[in-house]
Design a protein around this ligand. Structure first.
Ligand SMILES: Cc1ncc(COP(=O)(O)O)c(C=O)c1O
Length: 492
């Protein structure tokens, strides 16, 4: 791959990229039920995109030289804190996304413990298994141990008792979801807050996906339990503005009740030859675009606008959940407080039921993107849907297609070769060298040069049969091959 010898014209650049984009999922239109958040407000999109580009070249590295960014950040944090039970003491940071907010909250807890509990040498974070994987990533990056706690198999909420049992003298952070990504339920934050207070351990509430929307859902009559910064014991909270606040991507907030704890999130280095680097977040140089666009979105939509968007989202969610009750063979897992729905198979006489991965493929062939969630620790495989304000218009058509796709999936269901499944189950991921792992990829149906196959059901079934560790290793190998320029060029 080489740079073009002379620059392409504007039209050529745009045409090439339009062509590249032709295989992407639709980010707008309401038929993509994961990854994207569509308010169905082209006016807001247009404004936020314009603002995004106008602040693209401004650098958030140093808040003293671009005071517009400092001002916008303080206003965005103030608005978010007000929305989520903060008070005059509440502080926070604007970050690039939920994962960065979570990494920073975990760092703050780690460094808080370093100061206040120097006896802890191998810090641990207690996580419900439903907590977003970003927490395990944060622990991995920052050298903490994650301790996973099973959730109630009916409600998919963690219990305070299970968390209590997992706490040790090395626990430096507890985590609650509001709500969990996979099942859309809110953990018992009040009880966990009491536990946290009693044990003197910080408690982070992950409101990345639910934090913005849940207060509106509560106003609309949903029984949302207390989960925000006003709950005693909660010390920090993350909320993504690029999800249900409908800001363009690259927009999240992490809030702290105690400014002293937020200081543990920051990093400074004066021990080199250049400028003293003082960073609030992981990134150093960062575009002002995402912050300005988030500020613009919040101000353009406003309180009344968010209420209306929440009402549309809630209507879509309630209609979908009611409709799934009429789709033979599917059921909703738990009772989500959020606009997140997980549908699993109703077990039949053989104990299994329809293959939900086949249902996902069938839905994809009809232009719907719904997300396969693999079974894990006794929690069944399911189909995930993230609903947004633009989903409402599609609920009837979605339900109709869903019922038909279940029928087709039942008829098509072939299952995998039991010998293959057995072979996969018996592989020890830690014993497999990288090159052997590479040879497993085609066997699993993953051939990077060919892109992702249209039908994923067989691959998902095989991945589900593997231990999580093997799955991780295999998919990391796949990612390595995907992001290899020479192989990608050959495949074009
Ligand atoms: C509950 C929860 N936490 C954290 C994240 C991570 O957010 P991001 O993908 O913006 O890093 C997500 C993403 O869906 C989420 O649902």
């Amino acid at each position: 791959m080489r740079l073009p010898a002379t620059g392409l014209s504007r039209d050529e650049v745009l045409a090439r990229l339009a062509d590249y984009r032709s295989g992407d999922l639709a980010a707008r239109g309401g038929r993509t039920f994961a990854y994207v958040y569509d308010a169905g407000r082209p006016d807001v999109d247009e404004l936020s995109h314009e603002v995004y580009s106008s602040f693209l070249d401004v650098n958030g590295l140093d808040p003293t030289v671009f005071p517009s960014l400092l001002r916008m950040e303080n206003e965005v944090i103030g608005i978010t804190a007000e929305h989520l039970g903060g008070d005059a003491q509440t502080v926070g940071s604007f970050t690039s996304g939920g994962t960065e907010s979570i990494i920073l909250a975990v760092k703050a807890a780690r460094d808080w413990a370093r100061t206040h509990r120097p006896d802890v040498t191998e810090p641990e974070v207690v996580l419900p298994v439903t907590a977003h994987a970003a927490f395990q990533k944060a622990c991995h990056y920052l050298g903490l141990k994650s301790v996973l706690v099973d959730v109630d198999p009916e409600t998919f909420r963690v219990t305070a008792g299970a968390v209590r049992d997992a706490i040790t003298d090395s626990t430096v952070l507890l985590v609650a979801g509001a709500a969990s990504y996979a099942h859309g339920v809110v953990d018992p934050v009040e009880e966990l807050g009491q536990l946290a207070l009693g044990r003197g351990i910080p408690l982070h509430v992950d409101g990345c996906i639910g934090g913005w929307l849940l207060p509106y859902f509560r106003d609309l009559g949903v029984d949302v339990p207390p989960f925000d910064l006003s709950v005693p014991g909660v010390t920090s909270l993350s909320v993504d503005l690029h999800k249900y606040a409908y800001a363009p991507k690259g927009a999240s907030v992490v809030l702290y009740k105690d400014p002293a704890m937020r200081l543990k999130q920051f990093y400074a280095c004066a021990d080199w030859t250049g400028y003293t680097m003082i960073n609030a977040t992981v990134q150093s140089t960062k575009s002002g675009g995402p912050l300005a666009a988030a500020w613009a979105t919040l101000h353009a939509v406003g309180e009344q606008g968010y209420r209306e968007l929440a009402a549309q989202t809630l209507r879509a969610t309630q209609r979908l959940i009611a409709g799934i009750g009429d789709v033979p063979g599917l059921r909703v897992l738990g009772e989500p407080e959020m606009a997140l729905v997980a549908m699993a198979a109703v077990p039949d006489s053989s104990g299994s039921g329809v293959d939900v991965f086949e249902v996902c493929d069938e839905m994809a062939s009809r232009g719907w993107y719904v997300q396969a969630q693999l079974g894990y620790r006794g929690i069944p495989a399911s189909i995930h849907l993230t609903l947004t304000a633009s989903s409402d218009q599609h609920v009837d058509a979605l339900l109709e297609d869903l019922a038909e796709c279940v029928q087709i999936a039942r008829a098509a269901q072939t299952g995998l070769d039991p010998a293959l499944l057995e072979a996969v189950r018996s592989l020890d991921p830690d014993e497999l060298p990288d090159d052997v792992l590479g040879t497993l990829l085609p066997m699993a149906g993953l051939e990077p040069g060919a892109g992702l196959p249209e039908r994923m059901a067989g691959i998902n079934a095989l991945l589900e049969a593997m231990s999580p560790r093997l799955r991780e290793r295999l998919l990391v190998a796949f990612l390595g091959l995907l992001f290899t320029p020479a192989a990608a060029a050959e495949a074009q």
